[in-house]
Design a protein. Structure first.
Ligand code: PEP
Ligand code: MG
Length: 323
C-alpha cells in the first residue's frame, strides 16, 4: 500500500469524478519542510509559529522570525504557505510573559486576544512576516477569532505595519491573503458576515469541537463527548464552507479531522477546498480521495447533516465507502 501511495507524490489531489482539492501540511518549524516535500504536500495549511517563542527565556527578535518565515516560504517554492500568528495561551504557555494564572485558560486571555493587547509583540511578528512575504506565496491567518471586531483590529494593525515598511523602502508582496481560523462556534455561526471581509477560512476542529461540545480536548473523562462526527460539528463546518463559497472565497481545515479517513469523505462532500494535515497523512489521503466520487459524497454529507448521532454518521460513511 505504501508503495502505491508513493506513486502519488507528484500528483494532484483529484476525486474519481475529477474534483480538485488541495492537500497541505501542518508544520511547527522550518525543519518540518523536508517531510512535506517528500510526502507531496501542495502547500502549508498551518504553520504553528508558537514554537519560535517556546523553549527559551525571551521573545524571538524580528530578525530571527524573518529568517524562519523566509526559510519556509523559499522551501515551498511558491506554493501557498499559511502562517498562523502567535497562538499562545490555553495549553501553550510562555513563562517569560509573566501572565497571571487563570481559572479557565482555554476560555481566557490567549491567541489573538493577547496579541491585540500586547501589540509590540504582535507588530514584531507581523513585520517579520511582511518582510518575508516576497520570498514565496504567503497567507496570514489569525487564531481564535471570536468576533468581526477582532479580525478588523488585527487586519488594521497588519495594514499599518505594511504601510510603515513600504514608507521605509522595504518591499512587501502585494497580494497577501488574510484569513482566520474558525475555532469558536460564534465565528462559524457568523461565517456569512466574516466571509465578506476575510480572504479565507481554516477550520480548527481541535478547538472547535471542544468549544462546541464543552469538552476539554485534553480531559480523558469527557473524551467520549469529543465527537468530530457529531452532526452539530458537521453543520458548523458546512456553514463555514457555504459562506466562503457564496463570497468566492476558499475554506480549508487544519484540525486533526482534516486528515482523518472517516471524516475525509464527509468533508469532500461538504465542499472543503483545502485539507491540512500532518505530512505523513497526505499520500494516504490523496489515494483515498482519488477513489471517492464527489457527487456521491455530497449525498452522503447531506444525509449525515440530518442524522441524530455521531455513531449513525460513522456507520453511514462505512456503508458508503470502502472503510
Ligand atoms: C485547531 O484548533 O484545530 C488547531 C489546528 O489549532 P491547535 O491544534 O494548534 O490549537
Ligand atoms: Mg486551535
Amino acid at each position: 500500500q505504501k508503495a502505491e501511495w508513493a506513486k502519488l507524490v507528484n500528483e494532484k489531489s483529484v476525486s474519481a469524478d475529477g474534483h480538485h482539492v488541495e492537500l497541505a501540511a501542518n508544520i511547527g518549524t522550518p525543519k518540518d519542510l523536508k517531510g512535506v516535500v517528500e510526502n507531496g504536500g501542495e502547500g502549508i495549511g498551518l504553520y504553528r509559529t508558537e514554537f519560535l517563542y517556546m523553549g527559551r527565556d525571551q521573545l524571538p527578535t524580528e530578525e530571527e522570525q524573518f529568517e524562519s518565515y523566509k526559510a519556509v516560504l523559499e522551501g515551498m517554492s511558491g506554493k501557498p504557505v499559511v502562517v498562523r500568528t502567535l497562538d499562545i495561551g490555553g495549553d501553550k504557555e510562555l513563562p517569560y510573559l509573566n501572565l497571571p494564572k487563570e481559572m479557565n485558560p482555554f476560555l481566557g486571555f490567549r491567541a489573538i486576544r493577547l496579541c491585540l493587547e500586547e501589540q509590540d509583540m504582535f507588530r514584531t511578528q507581523l513585520r517579520a512576516l511582511l518582510r518575508a512575504s516576497t520570498y514565496g506565496n504567503l497567507k496570514i491567518m489569525f487564531p481564535m477569532i471570536a468576533t468581526l471586531d477582532e479580525f478588523r483590529q488585527g487586519k488594521a494593525i497588519l495594514e499599518e505595519e505594511k504601510q510603515k515598511l513600504i514608507s521605509e523602502g522595504t518591499e512587501v508582496a502585494g497580494n497577501i491573503e488574510i484569513g482566520i481560523m474558525v475555532e469558536i462556534p460564534s465565528t462559524a455561526v457568523m461565517a456569512e458576515q466574516f466571509a465578506k471581509e476575510v480572504d479565507f477560512f481554516s477550520v480548527g476542529t481541535n478547538d472547535l469541537i471542544q468549544y462546541t461540545m464543552a469538552a476539554d480536548r485534553m480531559n480523558e473523562r469527557v473524551s467520549y463527548l469529543y465527537q468530530p462526527y457529531n452532526p452539530a460539528i458537521l453543520r458548523l463546518v458546512k456553514m463555514v464552507i457555504d459562506a466562503a463559497h457564496k463570497e468566492g472565497k476558499w475554506a480549508g481545515m487544519c484540525g486533526e479531522m482534516a486528515g482523518d479517513e472517516t471524516a475525509i469523505p464527509l468533508l469532500l462532500g461538504l465542499g472543503l477546498d483545502e485539507f491540512s494535515m500532518s505530512a505523513t497523512s497526505i499520500l494516504k489521503a490523496r489515494s483515498q480521495i482519488s477513489q471517492l466520487n464527489k457527487k456521491d459524497m455530497e449525498a452522503l454529507a447531506e444525509k449525515a447533516l440530518h442524522m441524530n448521532t455521531a455513531e449513525e454518521v460513522v456507520q453511514a460513511v462505512k456503508d458508503a465507502t470502502k472503510l
